[in-house]
Design a protein around this ligand. Sequence first.
Ligand code: MV4
Length: 666
Amino acid sequence: MAVRRFDKLLIANRGEIACRIMRTAKRMGLSSVAVFSDADRDAMHAVLADEAIRIGPPPPKESYLNIEAVLDAAGKSGAGAIHPGYGFLSENADFAQACADAGLLFVGPSADTIRLMGSKSAAKALMQAAGIPIVPGYHERAQDLATLREAAERIGYPVLIKASAGGGGRGMRLVNNGGEFTEALASARREAMAAFDDDQVLIEKYLARPRHIVVQVFGDNHGNMVSLFERECSLQRRHQKVVEEALSVAVTPARRAEMSATARAAAQAVNYLGAGTVEFIADASGFYFIEMNTRLQVEHPVTEMITGLDLVEWQLRVASGEALPLKQQEARANGHAIEARIYAEDADKGFLPSTGVIRHWREPAGEGIRVDTGFRCGDAVTPYYDALLAKLIVWAPDRPQAIERMVHALHGFKIAGVTTNLRFLQVLLDHPQVARGDIDVGFIEREISALTAQAAPMRAIDMAAACAAVILHEQEEQGAQRDDSPWNRTDGWTLAGRRSRRLSFREDTHRYDAILWYGRDGLSMEFEEITAPLRWSEREPQSFDVILGDASERATATWSGRDLDLVTPHGRFALAWLDPFAADMQEAAAGSRIVAPMPGTVTRILAQPGTDLPRGAPLLVLEAMKMEHTLRAPADGRLTALKCAVGDFVQEGAELAEFEPADTSP
Ligand code: MV4
């Protein structure tokens, strides 16, 4: 095949993977085109690219999944190739076909290959015919109860009933004995029909505690097929990978050669082109093909770290028709790499997604540490997209050192403004079974209560940090000089001598109260019957050292209204400051500006400047978190200016209008 060069690459994706692809494109001298939705207008990938084109409003279906909009952007930009990243359109055969029809190089396999591998049962049947090991079972078309029951008896319980059209665990039913079979089959069929509009099922021998091991493969247009070792992906929760590593401690050199050869054979069976991942489940009895993914996977960096290769560069070269840069016998694995996925989710609240504005972002750095991200301080984490904030990847000469480096790097990663799973990852990487490599696909779910122990209660030193944060915050609000002159302190201290002040906070259902005592010898804090001198010194914006008696720690405090996001070495505390004067302050603050309480889209304007409005009159409607929020007049008065229009996507805190309360009007 002739080489088709291109000098401009459009990346049909967002977030960390878009930025990651752009880095390689830039290094290769290609110019890059980003596409963005209204929610991503200021996002890193749109800023990094040489060109950025708007493709629609935030909802994925109207933007990143909108084939017409993406192809239109490619046409406008004159891009020669499109990289789909992962997720979104990356495994959409119609999109791959549309790219080809538009004369664009799609960085990935052909539409036919994507379509073929998209049907899990067809893929399994093809692999079985090619001699690839699959889990022993029944995959035939006959679906009557008698045939299926007889197949289950022959396989031997326990068996798994799976939806033939399915994947990702939906429609799976474990059957331990014949007595359960009929009901389990009916239930599996109902779920398969609901999820895939197809109630065809297959039956397999159940592997009790398998590992999930995947092999990276690469095919080019010159008949070459190379495998680049395996990745251990067993640390996952509800079919979402959390931590991945290369290589797998459970794969001996002999098994590695066997799995790699099998993966290459599987890819050759479909004349695979580009980067692919052959997925297996494995236990002591062997390893078994479950599916083949036709995209570059999220966890590809661990393979890059142990081989020293750039897989995106390989993808771009292969897409232009070049031969693979390496022969199989030249591939080498060195050391050990681990990736931790940092999500905006609350592990202590059922991994609920978290949104908000990132108010503090500090990445770990150093030898063997890589951070792939699409976020920086000030960015909004919106509810529209996957909650992946960053991937932290570490390399070390061996696994114990890699784990140690990962744990240290996780502690060095500071994010405030959204709740993250950083603490969960620290606890997970610290677990003895993980240290031993004694894991399987069910490990996290079995250990979930130990891994997500309820947030530790605040210690006195943490409470001291919260109190110091309030005083620093008030000084900031009052614009006071940051010195200790008593005349500038806004915290009730007077030359007359001892004064006191109560500070109260709430975290979830827990309330914390402290009393600050102002004496001639300085400030003390009383908390849970202990009173000790309280001091602090600022380090950098939002970060300070706090000293309570002989205890000290560094803390990061980030405010959003009266919500204090406090990060200390003991954890992260989402505190509401119960400020006794809050009501009046809130009222006063609301007097002049109407601001967006969270990121969202302005969908309706309900009042015009100049008209007299009663307190509570609807002013405008913001759509966020898939709900409508009506912003209302904070007092009797009138709008003096509108600062937004219908259709605007606004960040949290953005000014939407100016409001003048009636009592201050002339
Ligand atoms: C299995 C299995 C045990 N025995 N098949 C889950 C969804 C799909 N990827 C295949 N899956 C499994 N198939 C047999 N015969 C256990 C799983 C499984 C799993 C597999 C890979 C990655 C994560 C998983 C989580 C739960 C169960």
